[in-house]
Design a protein around this ligand. Structure first.
Ligand code: NAP
Ligand code: MG
Length: 498
């Protein structure tokens, strides 16, 4: 295969281990019962690597290693600026090894190599640096002026942070979730998604090289129902961070509830884009097509419900259709690919299943979707981008499909469209598009969600909290200062002086 000869030698070597091992307590280990699983290249439908399959015993080992490192490695007690130096060193290594990480990410997820190289991997380094710097400039000891007492509040890391993560942005989400936990002085056990464990495991080589003490970062690949479950139910974890579907989020929250472990959930979405009649139609059509096809639509916050003002409908729809038809679908390693495959056959079938159900319920296809054929890769899990329209209570307008599918709805006025947006059970992110900034701000505030974007969709600057409400999650969010404090427990210290 042509992609084999393009592989970085270190990537080739890494994937040819049999199995690719888990990283626990600074050591590369096979699983306790020697079981393994395969990860696939969704672009070719073929096996990429054999990976150690962690189960309960391995999770026990990883939690014990993380707990040990928290108590004895010096990580939790070291001055914040010394920890920041190590995190900066790790960020520099991520940049230095961007090519290898990007190749693994592109192969494992199916995303275009250029996206992994220019978006996913650099973002990891940026997040590490942002939290390292934020930690250095944050006061962890606050004097409290009360009469008759000398009092202060001090913040300490919790201990072991358990992170269970999804497959759509495996490495980027390690950055978003691990960076604040580590900057705050916690240690971590990560369970990456079974479909995409490779980049997270490769990253551990860099953790090691950066000089981060053994046991501070542990990665146990495996299945959600075994490794993920064991980690979320573990009585010795002190903080839980989960990113994934609401269905699994409920299980994680229940497990944490039983053990009274604080939990944060970053879940799915059904984002709307509200387009008024004063916009440059061609430009907005281009941006929404780009948003819904980015990462093959496997983006929690992407624009999946397009609310179009009735006056621009006739111009917008053909413009969007033309741009969607022009998207080049292909293998992530092909240089002209704009949209890769779905991550797995299961995900491909999920997308196709939704299209069938939606049309059975009466949705009209403006641009019919379906399986896409890519000549050189007949076994790949490709899908076509799709435009549907119809009733707002159609299943394709209500539920998260997690594919390149937009559902279009015509509206007349502002109140009507805000009501349509807020019908959703999700509450992650929406956007409003108009030249009238007063209206933009009004609608942005009226849409119920963790995030409202104006004249853009999918915007994540470091320092701006990104979180969801309702079915989209609770407990803190990511990317902002709050996330750092989420990983610190407050403790009040008081001495009566009177
Ligand atoms: P998922 O099925 O919920 O899986 C997420 C993680 O949970 C995976 O590591 C999975 O392992 C694990 N898991 C599965 N069952 C489990 C169980 N019983 N106990 C403990 N862990 C378990 O989600 P996904 O399909 O990977 O990702 C797509 C979802 O993530 C979408 O809903 C998307 O919107 C959401 N998402 C949200 C954000 C955000 O920031 N809000 C970001 C990205 C994605 P396996 O891989 O082995 O199943
Ligand atoms: Mg894979």
């Amino acid at each position: 295969m042509s992609k084999q000869k393009d592989l970085h030698p270190a990537v080739k070597e890494f994937m040819s281990q049999s199995p690719v091992k888990m990283y626990i307590g600074g050591q590369w280990l096979g699983s306790a019962d020697k079981s393994t699983f395969q990860t696939l290249d969704p672009g070719g439908g073929s096996p990429l690597a054999t990976v150690a399959q962690g189960k309960t015993d391995d999770i026990d080992k990883a939690v014990a290693a993380a707990r040990d490192a928290f108590r004895t490695s010096g990580w939790a007690s070291m001055p914040v600026n010394d920890r920041a130096v190590l995190l900066h060193r790790l960020a520099d290594l991520v940049d230095k090894h961007c090519d290898e990480l990007a190749q693994l990410e592109s192969l494992d997820v199916g995303k275009p190599l250029a996206c992994a190289k220019t978006i996913d991997i650099p973002n990891v380094a940026q997040t590490l640096r942002w939290y390292a710097d934020f930690a250095v400039h944050t006061r962890l000891r606050e004097p409290i002026p009360v009469s008759g007492h000398e009092a202060r509040q001090v913040r300490f890391p919790y201990g072991v942070a358990a992170l269970v993560l999804p497959w759509n942005f495996p490495m980027l989400l390690v950055g978003w979730n691990l960076s604040p936990a580590l900057a705050a002085g916690n240690t971590a056990v990560i369970k990456p998604a079974e479909d995409t464990p490779l980049s997270t495991l490769y990253f551990c080589k860099l953790v090691q090289e950066a000089g981060i003490p053994a046991g501070v970062v542990n990665v146990v690949p495996g299945y959600g129902e075994t490794a993920g479950k064991a980690l979320s139910e573990h009585p010795r974890i002190n903080r839980m961070g989960f990113t994934g579907s609401p269905e699994v989020g409920r299980l994680i929250a229940s497990a944490c509830g039983k053990n009274l472990v604080p939990v944060k959930l970053e879940l799915g979405g059904k984002g709307a884009a509200v387009v008024f009649d004063d916009v440059d139609v061609d430009n907005v059509a281009q941006q929404l097509v780009a948003a819904v096809s980015f990462n093959t639509g496997q983006v929690c916050c992407t624009a999946t419900r397009w609310m179009l003002h009735e006056k621009i409908w006739d111009k917008f729809v053909p413009a969007a259709k033309e741009k969607m038809q022009a998207i080049r679908i292909g293998h992530g390693f092909a240089s002209d690919t704009e949209m890769g495959p779905a991550v797995s056959e299961k995900q491909q079938q999920r997308i196709l299943g939704y299209l069938e159900k939606g049309q059975a319920q009466g949705a009209d296809a403006i641009l019919p979707g379906g399986k896409a054929e890519v000549k050189e890769y007949p076994q790949g899990f490709y899908v076509k981008p799709t435009l549907l329209t119809g009733d707002p209570d159609n299943i394709c307008c209500e539920e998260e499909i997690f594919g390149p599918v937009a559902y279009l709805i015509k509206f007349k006025d502002e109140d009507e469209v805000v009501e349509l947006v807020n019908r959703s059970n999700y509450g992650l992110a929406n956007s409003v598009w108009t030249d009238d900034l007063e209206r933009a701000n009004r609608v942005a505030e009226a849409m119920v969600a963790g995030n409202s974007w104006i004249n853009a969709h999918n915007v994540f600057p470091h320092g701006v909290p990104y979180a969801g409400v309702n079915l989209s999650g609770f407990g803190g969010g990511v990317l902002g200062p709050d996330t750092y404090f989420d990983y610190l427990r407050p403790q009040s210290i008081v001495r009566p002086t009177a």
